[in-house]
Ligand binder design. Sequence first.
Ligand code: NAD
Length: 258
Amino acid sequence: MSIHCKDKVVLITGAAKGIGAAACHALGAAGAKLAVSDIDQDAGRALCEALRAAGADAEFFPLDVCDEQQWQHCMETVVASFGQLDGVVNNAGIAVICGPEEESLEGWRRTQTINSDAVFLGSRAAIQAMKSRGGAIVNVSSIEGIVGDPMLPAYNASKGAVRALTKSLALYCADRDYGIRVNSLHPGYVETPLVSGALAKLSEDDANAFATRVVASIPMGRMARAEEIAQGIVFLLSDAASYMTGSELVMDGGYTAR
Ligand code: NAD
């Protein structure tokens, strides 16, 4: 079976940059119709123009994934616009490098809200929208949902929650014969604005030390390109993954193999 997503309508959150944008390009090339969403409307609309120029069917839907009402409105407009929904990628996320002694409760909660609570909101909306005809949900977790990092306690907790939530949702949908597969994706370090932005908030010495430690921990000796991670998203949404649910797809250059 070849890997394609021909005519599947897929909503991607946090799609304007990084992994989300790469996933849109890969999904467009694989034949999917794209509901591109992001809190950054200018970047989201610019991406849609680029996708359409490349021959994809793409439309932009503004969405702050933390806002319950915006989720409802977004789902209704996506389904009204495309006539169906076949896949949702809960991709939006943030990363703040901060040790447990320096982390504030406010900072901790912000990370949980965007990275974890919003995946619940998106998954709930996706199940409600897709349960009559089936579909697939991809929740973008991280290697940091599997192993710990001393400087990422809030991020670790948020991504671990996504990993466990995904398994619960997969079982729930299978129990009810909804035909919805739910899987988590666990990228290692990827060259995106998320990583460069998190490092930019540190002192030069701390940023260099963090980056050096990370790259030294990757058996393949380099970070991933967003385009490499995008292939995992295409696969999990495609019918080639028809027997996968509740699974973890790890794409990390060997990081968690040690
Ligand atoms: P990125 O910062 O490059 O892009 C994230 C996108 O999410 C941006 O377009 C941003 O505008 C959007 N966004 C942020 N808050 C939002 C909100 N409240 N509502 C809607 N959109 C919002 O990040 P990335 O590196 O592409 O990461 C994408 C996902 O992959 C995240 O969940 C991240 O945790 C995960 N991940 C990233 C890496 C990595 O090394 N880059 C590794 C593992 C997992």
